[in-house]
Design a protein around this ligand. Sequence first.
Ligand code: GAL
Ligand code: CA
Length: 368
Amino acid sequence: MRQKTRSCCSRSCRPPDGKRKRLLPLLLAAALTLSGCGGGGGDDSLRIGFALYTQDDTFISTVAQNLEWMVREAERETGQKITLFTADGRSSQTTQLDQVDRFLARGCDVLMVNIVDRTAAAVIADKAEAEGVPLIFFNRQPVEEDIQRWDQIYYVGASARESGDLQGGLVLDAWRENREALDRNGDGVLQYAMLEGEPGHQDSLLRTEYSIKALTDGGVEVEKLANETANWNRAQAAARTAQWLEEFGSRIEVIFANNDDMALGAIDALSGTPRSGWPLIVGVDATAPAQEAVAAGQLYGTVHNDGRGQARVMLDMALALWHGENPGEAVTLEEGHYVWLPYRPVTLENLEELRREQEETGPATQLD
Ligand code: GAL
Ligand code: CA
């Protein structure tokens, strides 16, 4: 039996009149089982439907691993049974819509959706609302209008603009501290190439824009030699960088990558060439392999994207909703719908600090 009885106990979970088709049967079920919020019924498991745009993405798979780990921990600590249904959208919105339908049919109590195509958010929002199932979008941000469609739609993520600012800030510091090494042709201008993530994704657009803005605001003159999308992908980034190396050779002073996988692709393309000729490379995410590359001095810096924090917040919200509480009491909700996790810059200087923190708070196999 579906566990929606808890919602009837909570003002925050109560849908507007007529919103919940199953309200009557649920009230009956609640009466029959004399259950409280989050209580009785045949099955007292909290069911979470967790939809990923693709599992084949390093950062997203770290969010998934962290969530799985936290679910097991929460079960151990609270005795609350939690069933996590994970679905890989394989980059197809049609596939993901089917997966969402299946989650709803299986009686999921909360949906967590890393949407494939943000323009489909309204369709998912309406399905969830029709079933009275709270919906948390994460990492790929729908437009505000879609988030506002219903009071139980949320977004958990990080500000793309902030990651761009911080990435640009890393390069600005390097320019100020060690300009001679960076400005290899000595013309006082920073020549760069930009590896962009998926076209149209806020993280691609805003990281591209604000990383450069941080430099120009800091008074650095820049010259773009090249920019191309590599779709967050390491192999595509390696191929683009190999072409650029043929075309521009040592003229490239910095390679900005919208994420770490692409920064690692640039490093792949450079491996085999003398290290003294490498441009400065920066990424975003602070994935495990990127942390290794920072430690090895191949990647100058990255910006930590708190996938673990996103998983933590979503689970706390799901548990609060399950207990019929206002999720705003469990996490810091902005404008009633948004939770923003902070980014932070990572270089060799503070890498150890980040690693220590991750060892203390996360799964044994560190991947983020
Ligand atoms: C970004 C992340 C990328 C990729 C993308 C997927 O926030 O930096 O590595 O995971 O999300 O939406
Ligand atoms: Ca220069």
